[in-house]
Write a protein that binds this ligand. Structure first.
Ligand code: AMP
Ligand code: MG
Length: 427
């Protein structure tokens, strides 16, 4: 796994203010640059079908037989030869047997005969048409059929769903419950999937303490590692928890170096700004490479991206909301790209009317925490969760969607259409 660095944005490492004045890296460009620098997993593992939900296929799945395998009945009724269908009036046919799903009728029928047939039963030889039981008149062992029917009706043809040899799933497919059912219908049991992506997470900061440690006036509990841990809890990821790292360039460098030996990706939070205790970027520069570190996004402006040996590195900001926003806008698409997921859009975006004025500066993308709701007339509208400070994690907890206010957009007025990204596609 190698990572190419193609950053040309930061040659002289300007200060935050310098970059701000000369224009930060727009979000779309940052994401493009991130994706173009990412390696893709090439290793796979073979697992049982029951464990494949939320994993990514690394093989093609082809049908070993037709689905359905045989012509079979789509309804409960009577199978007959269409030559016995009347052109006018009615025809009487005697019932010579019953065909069940899983218990076919194996004897051929004679002219003037029919077979009672259940849904899913193989069409008996000598018959080519099924009449629904509601459309015949039954008298003892005889049915009367009128002239409204046609040859071939109510029969599901062999291979109508899937043809033998047809490829139905391709490498890169993010496996859903429907895919699992489909593979099961073909009798596939062992499946090759991309191996799990190993992601190491760390919090940084001398003021940051773990839950359970004694709280003082100068400490804060670590929330970032918990929200990141939860966001990464999915079947295709193995999380390596590096704990809390102190604001010390050497300690950071050692931990990142060590993590890079096993992790495909390292995500840290905090210490990426320009304060005296912000050493993440320096550690990254010494142990690997920084590709850029300022993005025109609010919240989340200081963001380091780069690599340490074979590990991709994301240095997210320290503020809890900024961590979550940058995770969903940059890290999530990145890790899904690395796993070779081809068909899953990270999260759908929709256009919705806002019922609130929202202040916005041009020249940066602003990600607003919002509530998407359905009005009594059925229309969907969106409003903010209120205070939007990058440390106010409650704004994320109250929200069920992001409003994405694009780079060039200025303040938004009530009634305008905005881009909304519901959490249901992200979380
Ligand atoms: P920094 O970018 O390291 O200066 O952090 C920005 C703000 O986020 C500071 O107020 C930090 O105390 C806070 N912060 C940093 N890391 C965490 C964390 N793991 N959990 C909660 N808050 C944090
Ligand atoms: Mg810090």
């Amino acid at each position: 796994m190698t990572i190419s660095s193609n950053n040309k944005m930061i040659s002289a490492q300007p200060s935050c203010a310098d970059i701000y004045e000369s224009g930060l890296l727009p979000v779309e460009q940052a994401l493009k640059q991130i994706l173009s620098a990412l390696p893709c997993l090439t290793d796979y593992e073979t697992i049982n079908i029951e464990q494949t939900k939320g994993r990514t296929l690394s093989q093609a799945i082809s049908a070993p037989f037709n689905v359905p395998k045989h012509n079979n009945s789509a309804v409960d009724g009577y199978a007959l030869n269409s030559k016995d269908l009347p052109n006018k009036d009615v025809a009487s046919l005697s019932i010579s047997g019953t065909a069940y799903a899983g218990k076919p009728w194996r004897t051929s029928i004679n002219p003037g005969e029919c077979i009672r047939i259940m849904t899913g039963a193989v069409i008996p030889s000598g018959t080519d048409t099924v009449i629904m039981q509601e459309h015949v008149e039954l008298n003892n062992n005889t049915i009367s059929v009128d002239s409204k029917h046609h040859k071939g009706q109510n029969i599901r043809l062999a291979g109508e769903d899937i043809q033998q040899g047809e490829t139905i799933l391709f490498p890169g497919k993010f496996i859903t419950p429907a895919d699992i059912g489909l593979m099961a219908s073909l009798g596939v049991c062992e499946i090759k999937v991309q191996r799990k992506l190993k992601i190491a997470i760390a919090s940084t900061g001398n003021e940051v303490i773990s839950i359970g440690d004694t709280h003082s006036a100068s400490t804060i509990y670590d929330s970032n590692r918990y929200s990141l841990y939860a966001a990464l809890q999915r079947p295709d990821i193995e999380i390596i928890n590096l704990g809390i790292l102190e604001d010390n360039p050497e300690a950071l460098l050692n931990s990142f170096k060590l993590a890079s030996k096993t992790a495909d990706m390292i995500i840290s939070s905090g210490g990426v700004s320009v304060g005296d205790a912000d050493h993440t970027k320096t550690a990254l520069q010494q142990s690997g490479q920084v590709d850029f570190w300022k993005v025109a996004i609010k919240p989340g402006r200081p963001l380091a991206f780069g690599h340490i040996d074979n590990s991709v590195f994301f240095g997210l900001p320290g503020n809890p909301v900024a961590v979550m926003v940058t995770f969903y806008q940059f890290v999530l698409p990145a890790l899904e790209y690395m796993m070779g997921i081809k068909d899953k859009v990270c999260a759908p975006k929709m256009q919705v009317k806002t019922i609130e004025n929202i202040r916005k500066k041009t020249g940066r993308t602003e990600i607003v925490r919002a509530i998407l709701q359905q009005e009594s007339d059925g229309a969907w509208t969106v409003k903010t969760t209120g205070k939007q400070g990058s440390g106010i994690l409650r704004s994320m907890s109250l929200a069920n969607a992001f409003i994405i206010l694009e780079h060039d957009r200025s303040s938004v007025k009530t009634g305008e259409i905005v881009t909304v990204q519901p959490f249901s596609g992200l979380f």
